[in-house]
Design a protein around this ligand. Sequence first.
Ligand code: ZN
Length: 206
Amino acid sequence: MQLEWIDRAVDTCYSSVMSQDQRFEFIAGCPALCFVDTFGDRAGEGRERLNSPRALAEWLAKAGLSSAMPFDITDGQLESARLLREAIFRGASFMIGKNDPKQSDIRLINRFAAQPPLRPQIRSGKLCLVAGNPLDAALSALAADAIELFATSRRDRIHRCPGCAMIFEDTSRPGRRRWCSSAKGCGNREKLRNLRSRRMLESREV
Ligand SMILES: [Zn+2]
């Protein structure tokens, strides 16, 4: 019975995850918030990066939640994944404001998390994740991460970048991360701005 289940399962091996698509960044600190970040520019006009079933399949592969490419995802399943993403976004936004998330969002996240998860297997000496329904299992993993984020002390580490409004989890040891990324993007621009103002002040003092 177990073997039958594995035969029907779709392999998801971390080692075979390869994509040249640079549209997706994974700088939000945890899988659930990286998923939220697939809708970008939330402070502005908004930018939907999951604009096709294939885009979702690519993101899942890059996230290490699937390597089954091409991944058979319907428009309805894409819409369902977006519903989960937006529920996590709203939940995280409430957490930042120290408010409780909406019960309807919690119910939806719980429903996704209740699906059978990805399970580890060894294939040719490598770690593979398998599931009877790989999409439901991948979304279940994202929902489970959101639950752990919201229901533990991790929620105190959820922040919104003042530059671009991206929501992220501060996983740094001191817990003083303010920007979406210290290596590039908003944090880097802030460093340049500070450097320029310091130089201007120094030149005035001379
Ligand atoms: Zn930012």
